[in-house]
Structures are given as C-alpha cells and as structure tokens.
Design a protein around this ligand. Structure first.
Ligand code: ADP
Length: 208
C-alpha cells in the first residue's frame, strides 16, 4: 500500500469483534487516515458527514440513523436555517452544508448528497465533489474541526459500486490540502466495504 501503516491490529478473517476492526495510516499530506468498521453516529470527534438527500430533512440508511441519534432538533434546524429552493432542495448533489450535531458526540454534521448511480452523468465527478466540498467546509470552520468521519457516501441505496466509490473517497482525502484537519476517519458499516477499503491500493500517480 502507498500509505505507511501505523497499526495493523486487524484480522480480515474476522477473529476479532467487528467494532475492534480498525486500520490507520499517515497520508502524504500529513493527515492521519483511519478506516474502521462501526456505527458513524457513535463517532467521538468534531464532525461527522451525513450521506443526505437533497431535501435534507432525513431519510433512510445512515441519514436516518444520524437524524435519530442527533434528535428532532436537527430536522427543525434544517427547516428553519437551511434555505430551500422552490422544489424543496436544500443541498444539491455534490454540495455540502453544515449544521450542529445536537445530541451527537460530534459537535458538527456536514451534510452532503452523493450521486444516485445510473441516474446522473459523471457520477465520479459528483462523488469527488462530495468529499472535496465536505473537507473544505470543515476547514472553513477556522480550526473548530480537526477530526472528521465519513460514511461510504452513495454506497447504499444510491448504488455506487463500492470499490470505485472508496477509491474516489480515499484518493480525494489523500489529495486534500490540510489546514486544520489532523484525522480523517471512514466509519464503515459492513465487513465487505471495510475489507474493500483496507485492501485498496492507492495509485501513486493520483497523489501527485
Ligand atoms: P446513500 O444514499 O448515499 O447510498 P446509505 O445510507 O444508503 O446512503 O448508505 C451509505 C453507506 O452507509 C452504506 O455503506 C451503508 O451500509 C452505510 N451505513 C448505514 N448506516 C450506517 C451507520 N449507522 N454508520 C455507518 N455507516 C452506515
């Protein structure tokens, strides 16, 4: 792997309990990358990223889990403080919006909307924008966000092929120009997507 490995305490054959599955790397940009299996809503850091939909009032999958864990204040905040277009869109595909974390351990939630695979042209560009815009919005909080955790955006009901999606995710994080962020985590729900992610070889050419 292109990354230098800090810890290698996992068994991909599944001997350990899922919640202990974790790998960390230092990326060439100096940011620590942590890939772990678990529940994103339990993340104890500054910010989690939500794989939201364009209406931004809650939905299924990780979005529903985040709204349940954050509490009803999250939906109320989005209704009151995030402007909607005439068609009810608060966050267009590829863009990102920030809200407080309310009842979460994380102080902030960055909501981004991944592409629905097969429904849009250039899904890879839109998925790249999700990660780029989320990281940049985190850096714009003037140091309040140093640690951030992502789910596998678009890899659930939005149907993005998992390996291709995680390659985009990891490459975009590796190319990020760090200001305040020290740690980027991927908190992945399933053992399949976790194994795909830790096995991914990041092509050096993409990091230059
Ligand atoms: P999308 O609509 O962007 O595809 P989904 O929520 O359907 O979003 O799925 C995105 C990914 O989040 C999937 O890999 C799914 O298994 C995962 N996921 C669902 N719930 C959680 C959770 N609580 N923590 C972390 N990941 C989750």
């Amino acid at each position: 792997c292109f990354f230098s490995r800090l810890s290698d305490n996992i068994s991909l054959n599944g001997k350990r309990h899922c919640s202990n599955l974790e790998q960390s790397y230092v990326m060439p940009n100096g940011v620590n990358l942590i890939v772990k299996q678990g529940d994103l809503t339990k993340f104890e850091g500054d910010c989690i990223v939500n794989a939201a939909n364009e209406v931004m009032l809650g939905g299924g999958g990780v979005d529903g889990a985040i709204h349940r864990a954050a509490g009803p204040q999250l939906r109320e905040f989005c209704l009151q403080h995030v402007a909607a277009s005439s068609s009810g869109v608060r966050c267009r595909t590829g863009e990102a919006k920030i809200t407080p974390g309310f009842n979460l351990k994380a102080s902030y939630i960055i909501h981004t909307v991944g592409p629905i695979f097969g429904n849009v042209q250039s899904p890879h560009l839109l998925l790249t924008s999700c990660y780029k815009n989320s990281l940049n919005l985190a850096e714009e909080q003037n140091g309040k966000i140093k640690t951030i955790a992502f789910p596998a955006i678009s890899c659930g009901v939005y149907g993005y092929p998992k390996e291709a999606a995680m390659e985009i995710a990891l490459d975009t994080c590796a190319q990020h120009k760090k200001r305040f962020l020290t740690h980027i985590s991927f908190v992945l729900f399933g053992s399949d997507i976790y194994a795909i992610s830790v096995n991914l070889q990041i092509a050096p050419a993409r990091l230059s």
